[in-house]
Design a protein around this ligand. Structure first.
Ligand SMILES: *Cc1c(COP(=O)(O)O)cnc(C)c1O
Length: 374
């Protein structure tokens, strides 16, 4: 193979380096015969997909040769209803996943040399997509003991180059959240020309009394943008669809760079159908809440160190190195996620599964305990 000429290479952006890749949570291919496998590595919905969404997908199958809707307007109409008309239709922007919206916001606001602030351990795409636009990523880590947001240090880190701050509540991979006091204190102190991206994709699972969403604050703060996804609670990870809401003028600005026909027909119909499938949403949340009680009881018995969670997963300090732990569970047919690259070195993230999956996990953990005692 001919090596490419230096002149082409001189066009490469210096901040686009090959090592900048993101790896998603792995699946597992069974090693032992007849072994059931469980994927607890990507925080997906353990009970599957909304039956109403599945029906909508079946109904749409005859139209696959046709282009989908050019815009997201039908999904936005449905969003307005599901939000009880608290927001205007033009405050919403939909795209082909929550990640895509994160990227869209970055592209809309970041110029080379600008700064973004993240608080590790956090969702990797914030950093990854920011560097794609030539931004400098400033890390203000979460407070060590309990992974709470470090509001004072964020305020201290703001410079005249700061364009975006990424907040996640409940946070991935820690399961921690931002209290109402902390959030309000941050918003009050921040300059109004810093965009706050509030990623609330796990909000359905949060039940802490002082948990807040961006919803009650977007009218007060035009610099606040909420991110949501259909990948988690709505069980549509495979179809790549998400939405955000914000101030109406900011939404109009962002809408200029929404690609036509961005959301596939199947994704659009499934999202519309699942948004108001309240019984499926309730069943999902109920499953997570009751499995949390089961798992915490078992973790306590086994002496497994976990962090309290407001989401559908646990951050765990494994009894062995994280690699050994991940490998051991993989052999037992259970895929979990090492989260060193999120900034939680030596820890792992385990999604909450169905009772069947969680029992398999507990069984494997018991086995590990016996193995390590010997
Ligand atoms: C899963 C997730 C998203 C969105 O995922 P998509 O599948 O891209 O919609 C966004 N933020 C966080 C923190 C997540 O964990």
């Amino acid at each position: 193979m001919k090596t490419i000429s230096k002149s082409i290479k001189s066009l490469f952006k210096p901040y686009l380096t090959v090592k900048n890749g993101y790896k998603g949570g792995k699946g597992i291919s069974s090693t032992k015969e007849n072994q059931k496998t469980y994927k607890l590595s990507s925080n997906e919905n353990p009970i599957g997909t909304s039956p109403r969404a599945l029906q909508a997908i079946k109904n749409a199958l005859n139209d696959l040769h046709l282009y989908p809707d050019a815009t997201d307007i039908r999904l936005r109409e449905e969003l307005v209803k599901s939000y009880n008309y608290q927001l205007d239709i033009n405050q919403f922007i939909c795209a082909s996943s929550g990640s895509e919206l994160i990227d869209l916001i970055i592209r809309a606001f970041i110029r080379e040399g600008d700064e973004v602030i993240v608080s590790t351990p956090c969702f990797v795409p914030y950093k990854m997509f920011s560097t794609w636009s030539g931004a400098t990523v400033i890390d203000v880590p979460l407070i060590k003991e309990n992974y709470a947001l470090d509001v004072n240090n964020i305020i201290n880190a703001v410079t005249n180059k700061t364009r975006i701050i990424f907040l996640t509540s409940p946070n991935n991979p820690t399961g921690s959240y931002i209290s109402k006091n902390k959030f309000e204190s941050l918003m009050q102190q921040l300059p109004p020309n810093v965009v706050v991206v509030f990623d609330e994709v796990y909000w359905h699972f949060a039940d802490a009394e002082n948990y807040v969403r961006a919803l009650n604050y977007v009218s007060k703060y035009p610099n606040l943008i909420a991110i949501n996804s259909f990948s988690k609670t709505y069980g549509l990870a495979s179809l790549r669809v998400g939405y955000s809401y914000m101030n109406i003028e900011v939404a109009a600005y962002l809408r200029q760079i929404c690609k036509p026909f961005l959301i596939t027909k199947l994704s659009l119909e499934a999202a519309i159908a699942s948004l108001t499938d309240f019984s499926f949403i309730k069943q999902t949340v109920d499953t997570i809440q009751s499995e949390k009680i089961y798992l915490e009881e078992q973790f306590d018995k086994l002496g497994i160190q976990y962090y309290p969670t407001q989401a559908n997963f646990y951050l765990i300090t494994p009894p062995t190195t994280s690699n050994e732990f991940v490998h051991f569970l993989a052999q037992e047919g259970i895929a979990i996620r090492p989260v060193d690259n999120f900034g939680a070195v030596g820890k792992v993230r385990i999604s909450i599964g169905t009772r069947d999956a969680n029992e398999a996990l507990v069984k494997a953990l018991k086995k590990l305990k016996i193995v390590s005692l010997n």
